[in-house]
Design a binder for this molecule. Structure first.
Ligand code: ADP
Ligand code: MG
Length: 580
């Protein structure tokens, strides 16, 4: 339960502002997150962590000498946007390149990946290191599909120390990947977490039970079992982690016993009393173990055990000193170069200057009405979509769609007032959607809308064939970025039936209204049919079985929106009255 908040929607932003004030000796707030207070006197690789809020001290709590250079801070459990990642990277870059490092979640992969493309195009080298330590989230053979949980901490620490020691970008990336390859975590949940403003937790367990295989976004555990004693629990966690000891692993290990937000330190120590001797009996020397809260999940009760098998170089960087708000090790001097705030201004967007025809501006009015309809529909459906997403995902789909569509409407309305044509109105809307929604669906919707707008342009009123092309551009952008196929249980399952039905309808000579209406019906039916599927992409994948019986939230919201906006896009505006 969260008791201290104002407007729940502002919780993450307000927490970040308070954090940056409280730790102003070490960090400063920038657009999209926070960076070190002082820029390094000599160029060094910038190690930038990130992800959603709700995991403190991950990720902003570990900014400082010897650790991260910056953190991109999204809304609660929601990926930050591409623009946020780009902006923090610009502020943290000191000339030796940047590396984004984060847990393996689709939204983060998309947004950090797109920010990297943008940085590379500008000549700032940007790389990505994904953390995939969660044993429970996929079999070893599919390790690249695993989520990142508390193992984040070790991987980030190794990279931060390596960058501080002056290693170049390729070496920092190599070490980060090596640390990840040598790291395994298994966790267990005792109770779910509750979003600020919500009355009930995202999940609950039967009394006296625990969910083994927790996620850090309020996902329930993968296997429900009876709550064991501390000794039995310690044995189970150690057994599961050591099962995956890499062949030829050294006898030295970094170990983290992590609390998820509301498990007391005393409880962790009771568990440690079993875990540590078992690891020593297995032949390991425990190097600088950590017992405490390092990667949390709001107020979730739970615990996870992380082991990183060390070699000489991993051990050197794991044990190197660090000075950050939430984590201090050894002694480090603060870098005394002064903060250079000019970089913040460099990322401010230039004001747009539109050139459009009167016809296109009239059609832009239709597009704006479609966005208005979308935003209001999604506001009314927020709870329902959130509940669908909570079954196997993280419960934020409703909130993300509301944030995205409201921001899109605001930006599109501003562009419309500034004289933008239809294409530019939708592009402005798409960029704002991607910027504000967070999450996987947000970046895909934003990018799709942008592609739709690019295809419409600012000159003509679209014919039905143009509209079919624009819908196709929307779909191609989404499948190109998200790489989901039909049957993966994502929004693509209701999008592609729409696209093909609409194109066929238009090609076979139906009226544009009819073609849209039957495409919308096909999409609605396909969305409902996703109930039978198991998700193969996105955050719901690890809990695939649980999702059977519930339609995919992203497929559902897409069908709803396409159904609602049809009348706006298909009605061709009356030609503007001739003026004399
Ligand atoms: P997140 O999964 O980051 O929390 P949301 O909850 O807003 O984001 O959206 C979840 C929806 O995103 C899923 O229901 C699914 O339809 C869609 N989705 C997830 N991954 C992909 C992907 N790779 N391609 C297309 N859609 C996806
Ligand atoms: Mg979600």
């Amino acid at each position: 339960m969260t008791r201290i908040f104002n407007d729940p929607a502002d919780f993450a932003d307000e927490a970040l502002a308070g954090f940056c004030d409280a730790h102003s000796d070490l960090v400063r707030q920038v657009e999209g997150g926070a960076v070190r207070r002082n820029r390094p006197a000599t160029p060094k690789v910038a190690v930038i962590t990130g992800g959603g809020s709700g995991h403190y001290p991950a990720f902003a709590g570990i900014i400082g000498p010897g650790f991260a250079d910056g953190a991109v801070v999204g809304n609660i459990f929601t990926s930050p946007s591409t623009q946020q990642a780009y902006s923090v990277a610009k502020a943290a870059n000191s000339g030796a390149g940047v590396v984004f490092t984060y847990g393996n979640y689709a939204g983060d992969v998309l947004n950090f990946g797109m920010a990297s493309e943008r940085l590379n195009a500008e000549g700032i080298r940007a790389e990505n290191v994904l953390v995939t330590d969660d044993i429970a989230s996929a079999p070893l053979a599919e390790i690249e599909k695993r989520r990142g949980i508390a193992g984040d901490f070790v991987v980030f620490k190794v990279m931060g120390a390596a960058a501080e020691a002056g290693l170049d970008l390729d070496s920092v990336v190599r070490l980060g990947r090596k640390a990840n390859d040598s790291t395994r975590t298994i966790g267990t949940a005792f109770s779910g977490c509750t979003f600020p403003g919500a009355d009930t937790p995202l999940f609950s367990l039967p009394e006296g039970h625990m969910g083994l295989g927790l996620g850090i976004h309020g996902e329930p555990g993968l296997f429900d079992t009876e709550l064991p004693t501390a000794v039995e629990l310690g044995r189970e966690l150690v057994r599961r982690v050591l099962e995956e000891a890499p062949a030829g692993a050294s006898g030295r290990a970094a170990v983290i016993l992590n609390g998820l937000g509301s498990t007391k330190n005393e409880e962790l120590f009771v568990l440690w009393r079993t875990v540590a001797p078992l690891l020593r009996e297995a032949g390991y020397t425990l190097v600088m173990p950590e017992v405490g809260e390092l990667v949390t999940s709001l107020d979730m009760a739970g615990v996870s055990l992380t082991v990183t098998w060390l070699d000489d170089e991993l051990e050197e960087y794991w044990t190197a000193p660090a000075l950050t708000p939430a984590y201090r090790r050894g002694s480090v001097g603060l870098d005394v170069a002064t903060a250079d705030t000019a970089v913040d201004d460099a990322v401010a967007e230039a004001a747009a200057d539109y050139s459009s025809t009167e016809e296109s501006r009239a059609y832009a009015g239709r597009c704006l009405a479609a966005l208005e309809e979308t935003a209001s529909l999604l506001r009314d459906s927020e709870t329902k979509l959130g509940e669908m997403d909570a079954i196997a995902g993280d419960g934020d789909h409703g909130r993300g769609m509301v944030r995205g569509s409201s921001a899109a409407l605001e930006a599109a309305a501003a562009a419309y007032s500034a004289g933008a044509g239809a294409g530019s109105v939708l592009i402005a809307g798409g960029d704002a959607w991607a910027g504000k929604a967070g999450g996987t669906s947000g970046v895909l919707w934003g990018a799709g809308l942008r592609a739709f707008g690019e295809r419409l342009g600012d000159a003509e009123i679209p014919t039905s064939a143009d509209l079919a092309e624009a819908v196709r551009a929307f779909a191609e952008r989404i499948t190109g970025l998200g790489k989901a196929d039909i049957g993966d249980k994502t929004m693509v399952d209701s999008l592609l039936p729409f696209t093909s039905s609409f194109s066929e309808g238009v090609a076979s000579g139906s009226s544009v209204e009819e073609a849209w209406a039957s495409a919308a019906a096909a999409s609605t039916e396909a969305a409902a049919a996703t109930a039978d599927l198991r998700p193969l992409k996105g955050r719901a994948r690890p809990l695939a079985e649980r999702s059977v019986g519930t339609p995919d939230p992203g497929a559902t919201s897409l069908a709803m929106v396409f159904t609602a906006v049809g009348p706006h896009f298909t009605a061709v505006p009356a030609p503007a009255a001739a003026t004399h």
